[in-house]
Design a protein around this ligand. Sequence first.
Ligand SMILES: [Zn+2]
Length: 404
Amino acid sequence: MTTQVYSRWDHLTPVERQVLRGVFWSGAASRGALADTLGFSKSRLNAVVSNLVVGGLLQELGPLSSTGGRRAEHLALAPDLGVLACVDLGATSLHVALVAPTMTVLAERREVADVRHGPGRVMQRVKTLLGDLLAEQRLRPEDVLAVGMGVPGPVEVHSGLLVSPPIMPGWEGFSIREDLAGLVDAPVLVDNDVNVLALGELWHARQPAGDFLVVKVGTGIGCGIVSGGRIYRGADGAAGDVGHICVDPLGPRCHCGNVGCVEAMAAGPAVARDARRAAEAGESERLAEVLAETGRLEPPDVARAAREGDAVALAIVQRSGQLVGMMLASLVNFFNPSHIVLTGGIVGMGPLWLASIRQSVYGRSLALSTRHIEIRPSTLGERGGVLGAAALGLLGVLDRGGRP
Ligand SMILES: [Zn+2]
């Protein structure tokens, strides 16, 4: 790979970008399906595709007739278009990956992190891990087509700056874009983690006009909104901050200053806190044992104890599911999504938690909005964040051309 990966993206016409976007969203699309999706005649599409194949941006897949007959029907992005550097930063975790434009993960690293350490320490790890992965894949920084990054706080999309991120002290006004400019000479796209996850699910769903929600439940609770196949951000980019929807006016105080927020009562730290309280009060022998053995109680420990038949642990799991379901029922009545994808660390709590969520949603939503709704964990699993970041990076390149 050479620096010419960029030259191929420069000088693309709007129509060529539109075709490349269509191929990206569809995977290896057939010419017929692509022409239908884009509203192009087959001859118009074939003319644009020919240019893109010659320009090294598209490849033809399938049997090519050597006798000059039919042309290959399926199209995909060329395999040597550079790599996307993808970063999924959570409140307590860091996942970095190199992803091909065809959305194949080439290499990845995952480690524990703490965003509260501030941008200096966290971004140093990001740069070190990206450098290691590039070296491992025998790639140079010039081979990076774009960087996509999801962060656990509100982002002003045009500038890529974080805006008053409540769980990211010290990051206010920090420019991730400028910070990474020293590592790679490529566009850097930054967005809120749930929007990035929603982009990953949108790519995976292959539903150009989908209306659905991606809800992350981890240290906090947030929601990515897909409306008409696009990420809906709201007037100020703050849409989907559902963690502070009140589910109990007499509930405990949240870090936002209000009381009874679903995040304060049902997210990971609340489950851990309730379990510790039960263990210390002698209400659950099983939870007390785990606490004594390991010195800690995390949501997966509570879920395990519930599966093993501990009644107190089961009640904590069900309570969390019920409250998340209450919040989701309001969203379902308001937005009428076709499905809700659940993701984030606490989704590992498993089927008992999911069952409580579904029961709560069906019990509280209007019959018309729940007739077809599907509530399920993400099939992208732990890779949802980096795949969404890859989509963010690639679409950024297509929107604005090659080098920043
Ligand atoms: Zn709150």
